[in-house]
Design a protein around this ligand. Structure first.
Ligand code: HEM
Ligand SMILES: [Cu+2]
Length: 501
């Protein structure tokens, strides 16, 4: 049993090889967040007409790399760490197939690096979606494919570990809710990555010259079965992290676990179906087809999100009331541990995701509204509210739990850590709202020269846009500072944090 140590705080038995894999995946993800964050600053400054920093060439190149570094590398490396944590650590179990887990890591790192280098060399200015007929160098697609294969292997290691835990009876009763949520995320991941393979492999062959034609509408349809569904992995993993953070920070227990589990099952069954909201304005599909896809079934997934949105805050309220904060309606909220960054990050994640990300997503996914929101900054504002204010914020909160628990380090710069979720959270929510309003006044998405200074004919812009654009700019700067604080605290803790015995 020398492969295990017992955690003095939680009493959990921690498998050392699993711990090392959690560490390496988490650290790698933070490095990509740093890269993506620097690019975010450059992109945001280019969007401000008074600065207009980058050339058009670099703008689209860095936009591509920002999307890949953030939405693919930062999020999915961190999710690999979450999968190993919620299986091996939470179940007191050894990680199944350690070698496969390392292979998964190497494939993901190699794939991400290959894609990133191709982008930087100027061989892949195709943006996150890489819609044909835009074509990248074949090595770019190969990089994405290798990364996806690695991510599939990581999910398989997770399922293998669940089997080992069951066989070796390392936990009692049913699977913990957090692990159950992670399992839902991993199931969605397998379905998602299979679609990724179906679309990226032919596109790779097309770039190699083996296949002579990729049908653009078909590409868009299948790409989004992958591209949208991968956001559902993120939602599911984020919600699992919410339950974990609520339990760790205030001792919350969901009032009715069965309902929470049912909500995760609703995600598995229905959340991928609504992926066609990305092609609502495309020709080729009938209005009835689109309405079915993005209407009826999507709302079953939204139902699941609403269950979680009630279950998480209510469990926090119940836990805090049990601690004696029972005065009036809101004493519990006032007395919540706001100085604990794991808690404040959770609060920002729930509010940012629920109110800004979720509500706009459901609205923009409606056929009639989509036609006016499509390809404007309203969409960019929506998805920064979901993947940044929601998922990224939740993962930042989890970092503050993993640093003492897995890395066994005391937080370096505790004061900075205390304020970090507030700076980042307020920054992201501000810039996302700024994006949405600027989009509503006509700012196109993925557009280098919004003031149209280079256009042959003068184009009038609504003066209100300058106000909303400045709100975006202020929020973006604040978010960049908050992101830098997170990196300073996490990397600082690794380098100079005191060891916990
Ligand atoms: C400080 C934080 C961030 C800022 C200021 C920021 C800013 C921006 C800006 C200005 C754009 C270009 C929008 C356009 O004109 O089309 C953009 C695109 C994008 N961002 Fe961020 N971002 C941040 C963090 C993130 C994070 C953490 C993620 C993912 C987890 C993310 C995912 C994306 C994606 C997927 C795109 C679209 C790429 C494309 O169109 O191909 N961003 N971001
Ligand atoms: Cu989507």
């Amino acid at each position: 049993m020398e492969d295990f140590r017992t955690c003095p705080t939680t009493g959990l038995k921690v498998h050392k090889p699993a711990e090392l894999l959690i560490k390496i995946n988490a650290v790698t993800s933070i490095v990509f967040l740093l890269v993506g964050g620097i690019l975010a600053l450059l992109l945001a400054l280019t969007k401000m007409p008074a600065i207009h920093l980058l050339s058009s060439e670099l703008f689209y190149r860095f936009l591509t790399l920002h999307g890949i570094a953030m939405l693919v590398a930062w999020i999915i490396f961190f999710e690999a760490a979450i999968l190993y944590f919620t299986s091996a650590v939470l179940l007191n179990c050894r990680l199944a197939a350690i070698k496969i887990a390392w292979l998964a890591y190497i494939l993901m790192l190699g794939g991400a690096a290959l894609a990133a280098v191709q982008i930087l060399l100027g061989n892949a200015d195709v943006m996150f979606t890489s819609y044909p007929p835009l074509q990248a160098h074949h090595l770019y697609y190969l990089g994405v494919i290798l990364f996806a294969v690695g991510a599939i292997l990581a999910s398989c290691v997770f399922f293998g570990t669940l089997v080992v835990a069951k066989q070796e009876k390392t936990y009692e009763g049913s699977l913990p809710l957090v692990t159950f949520g992670a399992a839902a995320a991993a199931i969605i991941a397998i379905v998602t990555l299979a679609h990724g393979a179906i679309i990226y492999i032919p596109t790779w062959l097309w770039a190699l010259g083996v296949v002579d034609h990729i049908d653009a509408p078909t590409y868009r349809l299948i790409f989004w079965a992958f591209g949208h569904s991968s956001q559902q992995i993120n939602v599911c993993a984020m919600v699992a992290v919410w339950y974990l953070l609520a339990a760790v920070t205030v001792g919350a227990k969901p009032v009715n676990q069965k309902i929470c589990r049912t909500a995760f099952v609703l995600y598995i069954l229905f959340i991928d179906i609504a992926s066609e909201h990305h092609i609502l304005v495309d020709p080729g599909f009938s209005a009835a087809h689109k309405a079915w896809n993005t209407g009826y079934f999507m709302h079953l997934a939204v139902l699941a999100s609403m269950i979680h949105a009630l279950a998480v805050p209510s469990s926090i309220e119940v836990a805090l009331r049990k601690k004696g904060y029972t005065q009036g309606l809101f004493e519990w909220l006032k007395m919540a541990p706001w100085g604990n960054p794991a808690f404040s990050a959770l609060a920002f994640s729930v509010v940012g995701f629920g109110f800004l990300g979720g509500i706009t997503g459901v609205t923009f996914g409606t056929e009639q509204i989509n036609i006016i929101a499509h390809n404007t900054w309203r969409i960019t504002g929506h998805f920064h509210a979901t993947v940044v204010a929601g998922t990224t914020m939740a993962f930042m909160g989890l970092t503050y739990v993993l640093l003492p628990l897995i890395f066994r380090k005391e937080l370096a710069f505790p004061t900075l850590a205390k304020f970090q979720p507030f700076v980042f959270g307020i920054g992201v929510m501000t810039f996302a709202v700024g994006m949405m309003f600027t989009g509503a006044f006509g700012m196109p998405r993925r557009h280098w020269d919004f003031s149209f200074a280079d256009a042959i004919f003068p184009i009038a812009t609504d003066p209100t846009v300058m106000i909303t654009l400045n709100i975006f700019g202020l929020g973006a700067l604040l978010a960049v500072v908050g992101g830098a604080m997170y990196i300073l605290v996490s990397v600082g803790t690794l380098l100079i944090g005191k060891n916990i015995e």
